[in-house]
Write a new protein. Sequence first.
Length: 554
Amino acid sequence: MKIRIRLFVDYPTTCLALVLITGLTGCAEAPEPRPNILWITVEDMSPRLGVYGDTLSSTPHIDQLAAEGVRYTHAFSVSGVCAPSRAALITGMYPTSIGAHHMRTTMAHGDLPGPYLTVPPPEVKAFTEYLRAAGYYTTNNAKTDYQFAPITDSRQPVTAWDESGRDAHWRNRRPGQPFFAVFNSTRTHESRVWPDPDEEAILDPRLVDVPPYYPDTPVVRADIARHYDNIARVDRWVGSILAELEDEGLADSTIVFFFSDHGDGLPRAKRWIYDSGIRVPLIVRWPGGVAPGSVDDRLVSFVDFGPTVLSLAGVPLPEHLQGRPFLSEAATAPREYVFAARDRMDEVYDMMRAVRDGRYKYIRNFYPERPYVRTIAYRDRMPTMQELLRLNASGELTGPQALWFRQTKPTEELYDTQRDPHEIHNLADSAAYADVLARMRAELESWMTNVGDLGAVPEADMIETMWPGRVQPVTATPKSEVLSREGECMTVRLVGETDGASIAYTTDLGDDAHWMLYTNPLTVCVGSALVRARAVRYGYRESEEAVVYYGVRG
């Protein structure tokens, strides 16, 4: 079957599509040529890099990337764990604002409510949809974990990516088409710190620095050393991705981001909103756009990443985004504060909120009667965690080591992160810091109100609003409208009836079809043509597939 489909992909028409999608009143001119953008992401890693001053780190490729770009010293995730943080990265929205704040919604946790998929407000999209509408080829290799699609479904959702999976690569785009690509490594994930008899140790555990909230034991030192070993291994992987860019002549036309999804995958770091859990490395190489070897001390939040990429690509920013660009000509004034949240972690409920400026961190504990440490089966497999639990049970933890094992929390915590980077000296009761405490408390309360924080809503009640009767809603099947006919061609518009749904379409017949994002009417020609369409509303079940046009003649 021979099929011809004519798409309107010139920039003025793409601008019109974006205006219709985002509700904006106009578009800036697209940059010529538009840059490629590459995210190289890792997991569970604080700024333990040579370029950040860590002398134990062996990261020559990442350090070289920083020498060729800009290093951000105050970049923060919005959570100390992956799924809520990744929801913020892909949407430009705070997880507490869109119901993606519990870790993780897509899995069952005993008798707790769920599993379920988050249903964000209808205007909320993966920012990659706006890139696709603007003509970018988007690829994800391979982790998603956004809370609003099954983590076993690599499409995540089909409208967000041209490709998502282990084989996704920028090489599969059309010649000359700009790309946005993500490559993610799990090499530094928490689970890789667990002992593996098949892996040879690199760093001598006797050399590591032990934070004051850990006991200085061989078990703890061994875990920290293994974490460094994994960082060294992931550095080689980073080098291989950068070499691919260089070999294909793309290094000068590609803006490269390197960052982690949250802080270290170690106890009292991962799952927590202390700096050890939310401060991340962030390096951006932009040939001709940033000064090589520069350092930027501005505060950057994960909600800013999507808006920054859109601005770099010349794509107008939807009005609902809560983040702000921190790079490019569209960069706004530096932030005064960043915010973070901790809610349900697997089988354990908690609610903590944090605000941080360039120096101070304020934390509000909404369940002060609950201890910090409770059983989380996955985390408790870590040797360091087992060591901490053993020593606490025998009464051998002292000083800062014992703070995390208190049976209650203070309602408020305040830390001077310059003088106390490990956040162990709570200043909330100090009269000398009363003004700082009041200011930070007011900023946190204002932020929670402004973003519509859902933390106080019982999870079961929130699920009921998303999935009435605990049944996953289904996206309505898209329909088609014939706008005009001319000879053997007709112009067809695809229409979705579910509020907030996006539409994907393809002319391929196989199961491995390439699904494109629908933004403009299609002109379909020749005697017999087939267009398949699916509608996607985040958190809903995908629609039934529709054959929206079949056969022009007759």
